[in-house]
Design a protein around this ligand. Structure first.
Ligand code: C2O
Ligand code: CU
Length: 471
């Protein structure tokens, strides 16, 4: 039984000082408190290697992990900090790390052969970047991600606002869906399976929360609690339900705060995050996964002693930036095609039009944007820094896709949480078959940014391209 949350660290000092200064002020709305981000360096070390881990607390599974932990260690920092990650690759193949959702420096974005050379076995790389936004993020391998993430290379990255919630009220819940053999080893024969690549991606048979089957998640005895849900699965969209007679609100998606609302359902697509909040956690019983139509118990909540930290804190409802004026927006149109039961007969690959059947057999390519098999060399568009961009995306395929844009958040009429669409700022949008969506963003971050499906097999099989933001 393990539950991960931001580690005890230097935030304690600033909060104690703050409390001492005036106990009464702490009860007022903290959003109006002038933010004085004191820039600090936060440094972590990560090592990727083969390591054993027991999902059930007993049986050793051979995985690829960061610091031998599953999920990898929680990287915790404060908004405005500069994060330094000293990384070493002890795998037998090259890798990189992507900091999903961070509006990052392009050179630190961790896309092999696009933003950096792959990090070879035995080599190291220093990732260093400022943390512009507070929120729930995660990090994961981005070289052959369909295999490296499936084997366990990911972890949570939590960026706290200037006045964070008490530690024990701020709980990260990392969900994964593993495809395991009967002896709980990674099912290796199906890695790279073309059937998965052309259908829904690699779907697992074993659900873990924070690296365990059916763990007990420790929450406070009562009072307000924030749950940071992260979907680290290769391809499975989760739908969660929380059993317990209390109101649960969504307060942030993909890191960015949103106006708080009670959802009809809590959908978390691959790569996405959803932050939940309850005023009183004393009634929480269990976390269920209901995407299959049946309630599968994913975790149980257990309460700690009654003396928990009861200080109030406030939750922002202000997104990273507001919906921009789209009068002069640059339009990028993307028709997503391919896969099984699709309408793509042939596609352009390496300058030639090739039948899809042949592409599948010879190149393991199955998906296309605008008739072209995608990859790090497929240029989708070039825009200039400061442009407002309207990305019109049409999922003209028979499968859902979790579309992720690197380096930016976009506005979208999000349909993940019930029948009514909600305009939200996200970095990953789960699109249904046939759906058309408009993703609106301000291209304020120069560099070459991937736009791809976060069903990792789909990306590997061609569903991805690059948007260049020029200075
Ligand atoms: Cu979380 Cu390009 O990925
Ligand atoms: Cu996809």
């Amino acid at each position: 039984m393990k539950h991960y949350r931001p580690s005890e660290d230097i935030h304690m000092t600033s909060r104690r000082t703050f409390l001492k200064s005036s106990a009464a002020t702490a009860l007022l709305s903290l959003t109006s408190f002038p933010a004085k981000p004191q820039e600090k360096q936060r440094t972590y070390s990560l090592v990727a290697r083969e390591a054993a881990h027991a999902f059930d607390g007993a049986t050793k599974s051979n995985l690829w992990l960061y610091n031998r932990r599953c999920p990898g260690p929680t990287i915790s920092a404060k908004q405005g900090d500069t994060l330094t990650i000293n990384f070493r690759n002890y795998l037998k193949e090259p890798t990189t790390i992507h900091w999903h959702g961070i509006r990052n420096l392009n050179s630190m974005d961790g896309v092999p052969d696009l933003t950096q050379p792959p990090i070879e076995p035995g080599e190291s790389f220093v990732y260093q970047f400022p943390l512009r936004d507070a929120g729930t993020f995660w990090y994961h391998a981005h070289n052959k991600a369909w295999e490296q993430v499936a084997r366990g290379l990911y972890g949570p990255l939590i960026v706290q606002p200037s006045i964070p919630a008490p530690m024990n009220r701020d709980i990260a819940i990392v969900a994964d869906d593993w495809l395991l053999s009967e002896d709980l080893q990674i099912h290796e024969n199906t890695l790279g399976n073309l059937h998965d690549w052309s259908h829904a991606g690699r779907l697992g048979n074993s659900l873990t929360i924070n690296g365990r089957f059916l763990p007990k998640i420790k929450i406070p005895h009562s009072g307000p609690t924030r749950l940071r849900m992260i979907n680290a699965a290769n391809a499975r969209p989760f739908v969660f339900k929380i059993k317990g007679d209390t109101e649960i609100k969504i307060i942030a998606v993909d890191g960015s705060p949103c106006s708080h609302f009670v959802p009809e359902k809590i959908t978390v697509g691959p790569g996405q995050r959803v932050d939940l909040f309850t005023e009183d956690c004393s009634k929480l019983e269990e976390l269920q996964e209901v995407s299959t139509g049946q309630a599968y118990v994913a975790a149980k909540f257990i309460r700690g002693p009654a003396n928990a930290d009861n200080r109030k804190w406030s939750q922002s409802e202000t997104p990273y930036y507001s919906f921009p004026n789209i009068k002069d927006a640059k339009l990028i149109s993307i028709r997503m095609q391919g896969g099984a039961m699709g309408n793509l007969g042939s596609a352009e690959f390496a300058g030639q039009i090739i039948p899809l059947r042949e592409l599948a057999m010879k190149e393991s390519k199955l998906w296309a944007f605008n008739g072209k098999i995608g990859g790090y060399t497929l240029n989708l568009a070039e825009v200039s820094v400061g442009d407002t961009v309207k990305l019109d995306v049409w999922n003209d395929s028979a499968w859902p896709h979790a579309m992720h844009l690197h380096g930016h958040h976009f506005w979208v009429d999000s349909k993940e949480f019930g029948l009514t669409a909600r305009q939200m700022l996200r970095d990953t949008y789960l699109m249904q078959p046939g759906e058309r969506a408009t993703l609106v963003f301000i291209a304020d971050n120069p560099g070459q940014w991937l736009f791809h499906c976060h069903m990792l097999e789909h990306h590997a099989a061609g569903m991805g391209g690059v948007i260049s933001v020029r200075i």
